[in-house]
Design a protein around this ligand. Structure first.
Ligand SMILES: [Zn+2]
Ligand SMILES: [Zn+2]
Length: 213
C-alpha cells in the first residue's frame, strides 16, 4: 500500500524548485505566517502574551515589519506590555533582561528541526527517491542549515553529504579562483570568467549567512 505523502514532502519539493536554500525559503514563509497568525489570533492568548512579554517582544529581525503591520491594535496591545516593563526598569535604573527567546525564533528552530529530520530520514521512506531527485536538483542548503543538519544525527544519507560536500567544495574552488584572478596583472584571465564566477562572492556571502528574508 502506498504511504501517503507528508505535507513536508510537497512543501520541500516546491521550495526546491526555487533558487537559494530551500529551508531558508520555508522558514521565512512560515515565520511570516506565524507572525500574522499570532498577531491576529493570539493577542488575547494569555500564554502567548506572557511568552512575548518575557522575551521583550520579537527580536530585532522578526519585529522589523511591525510598524507597517495592518493591525495596529494588536501591535499596540503587545507593545504596551513591553514598554511598561521597560519603564519600570528605567525608573529603577536596572537593565531589563529577557527571560524567554523571541517566539518566532523558537518557532523557526522547530520548523528547521522538523524539515532537517525529514531529509535525514528520507531514505527510510518509500518516497525517498523522489525527495533525493528534487533535492539534488535544487541549490541545496546554506552553510548554517547544513551545519545544523550534521549536528542533528550521526547517520545521514550518503547522497545528502556527497551533494553538499561537492557543492561547498566547488564554491570554495570558484572563490579561490576569483581571488587569484583579481590580482594585479590577471585582468585578461579575469575577463574570461563567466558572469556567475565574477559574482561568486555574492553567492558565498548568501551561502554563509542563509537568506531568511
Ligand atoms: Zn538555509
Ligand atoms: Zn526572532
Amino acid at each position: 500500500m502506498a504511504v501517503a505523502k507528508h505535507i513536508n514532502f510537497f512543501e520541500l519539493r516546491d521550495a526546491c524548485a526555487e533558487p537559494g536554500c530551500p529551508l531558508c525559503r520555508i522558514v521565512s514563509r512560515r515565520a511570516e505566517q506565524y507572525i500574522d497568525n499570532t498577531l491576529f489570533e493570539h493577542v488575547s492568548d494569555r500564554s502567548f502574551r506572557k511568552a512575548y512579554r518575557l522575551a521583550g517582544g520579537f527580536c530585532a529581525f522578526h519585529s522589523r515589519g511591525l510598524e507597517s503591520f495592518r493591525d495596529g491594535l494588536a501591535v499596540a496591545i503587545l507593545g504596551r506590555d513591553i514598554l511598561e516593563d521597560r519603564l519600570i526598569s528605567f525608573k529603577k535604573r536596572k537593565p531589563w533582561r529577557p527571560v524567554e527567546r523571541c517566539p518566532v525564533c523558537v518557532e523557526q528552530d522547530s520548523i528547521e528541526t522538523e524539515y532537517l529530520t525529514f531529509l535525514i530520514q528520507s531514505d527510510r521512506d518509500e518516497n525517498g527517491r523522489e525527495v533525493q531527485a528534487y533535492f539534488t536538483a535544487s541549490d541545496g542548503l546554506c552553510v548554517p542549515h547544513y551545519a545544523r543538519l550534521i549536528s542533528l544525527a550521526k547517520r545521514i544519507p550518503a547522497w545528502l553529504t556527497e551533494f553538499h560536500n561537492h557543492k561547498f567544495e566547488t564554491l570554495f574552488t570558484r572563490t579561490s579562483q576569483f581571488i587569484e584572478l583579481s590580482a594585479y596583472g590577471r585582468q585578461e584571465d579575469f575577463a574570461k570568467l563567466s558572469q556567475k564566477d565574477k559574482l561568486v562572492w555574492k553567492e558565498l556571502a548568501l551561502s554563509l549567512r542563509g537568506n531568511r528574508d
